[in-house]
Design a protein around this ligand. Structure first.
Ligand code: AMP
Ligand code: MG
Length: 327
């Protein structure tokens, strides 16, 4: 079975084609705002304008035509409504035109499934940290449970905001990482962990107040150390509660080398294993959507056109995980 996956929840329009054995295509175009954060209308215009070209490149890379595809998967949510609309309209149109099944999938769960496909993780406790989401997710009894999450903004969003305050472009995560790499100095900030939950909004304000008092690399390094230590502590607590021996780190912030180092060290210390997918599958991509669609189709699920409207606030714990064999 060949499945096309369409990702369009936020800044990236991604198209991927997978079979059970192979990844046949992985094409993406990313919207980068000239200034400020992601502008919903401009991001959706970007996706709209790049759609046909990306579809063409995807067919070329996979050496097949869309008519030869067996099913079309798309990110139905959560995400920016205007962006979700573009992915779903492409998916619906192709499904109708070629008379092939359609399946809307949950973006967060697709991050986990591509993580278990591309690493040796089996039933990990997942730390999913991206621009719009920050959650600790664990599969238990038919569902992926959100056992910890941000109480305000996502970690990626916090990094983007801080970078902006420091005068650096979007996306801010890599900018903060570059700055942080220039120093070992840390100034004390609050430590935003509450059990298995965390929050970053206050930490951004606190870091912002230090501008003009401390060098920007010290602010960046201190922010990273406090924010990353807090989520790793929350993750360790979740692993302990769930009696878990595996952690999976995914989402765009999983590209951060310091965070990767911290999760590995924490797992090593508790006799567990840390898994991190290749960077191209940590960030948003169409391959993970195609793979998630494939898993669910094999278990008999598909989406009718009238059920295919966007779900901007769709939580991973609202999905019955029928594709998982119980552990
Ligand atoms: P996603 O929403 O999963 O595509 O991830 C995008 C987020 O990842 C943005 O907030 C970026 O700032 C963040 N990000 C990308 N690369 C890095 C990095 N090296 N360190 C920290 N955050 C990053
Ligand atoms: Mg994502």
């Amino acid at each position: 079975m060949k499945v096309l996956g369409i990702e369009s929840t936020a800044h990236t329009l991604g198209l991927g084609i997978v079979t059970e054995e192979e990844i046949l295509a992985n094409q993406k175009e990313m919207y980068t705002p000239e200034k400020g954060g992601i502008h919903p209308r401009k991001a959706s215009e970007h996706h709209y304008q790049n759609a046909l070209n990306l579809l063409h490149n995807t067919e070329q890379e996979a050496k097949l035509e869309i008519a030869e595809i067996d099913a079309i998967a798309f990110s139905q949510g959560p995400g920016i409504p205007q962006c979700l609309d573009i992915g779903s309209i492409i998916a619906r149109k192709l499904s109708q035109k070629h008379d092939i099944p359609l399946i809307g999938v949950n973006h967060c769960l697709a991050h986990i499934s591509i993580g278990t496909r591309t690493t040796k993780a089996n039933n990990p406790t997942t730390l999913y940290v991206s621009g719009g989401n920050s959650q600790i997710i664990q599969y238990r009894n038919g569902k992926y449970r959100v056992v910890g999450e941000t109480l305000d903004i996502a970690l990626g969003n916090a990094l983007d905001k801080l970078a902006r305050k420091l005068g650096h472009p979007h996306p801010g995560g890599p900018e903060i990482e570059k700055l942080a790499n220039q120093t070992d100095k840390i100034v004390e900030m609050s430590y935003p962990v509450k059990g298995m939950d965390f929050s970053f909004s206050g930490l951004v304000t606190e870091a912002q107040r230090k501008i003009n008092q401390e060098k920007e690399e010290i602010i960046a390094n201190s922010f990273q150390e406090h924010a990353y230590a807090a989520i790793i502590e929350a993750l360790e607590r979740a692993m302990s509660q769930e009696d878990s021996k595996e952690a999976l780190l995914t989402g765009g912030v999983a590209m951060n080398n310091r965070l990767r180092e911290m999760i590995k060290k924490m797992c090593e210390q508790r006799g567990a294993k840390a898994y991190i997918p290749p960077k191209e599958y940590c960030m948003d991509n169409g391959v993970m959507i195609a793979h998630q669609g494939l898993l669910e189709l094999k278990n008999g699920r598909s989406t009718k056109i009238k059920e295919s409207d966007k779900k901007p606030n769709w939580r991973p714990d609202q999905v019955k995980a029928t594709w998982i064999k119980d552990y």
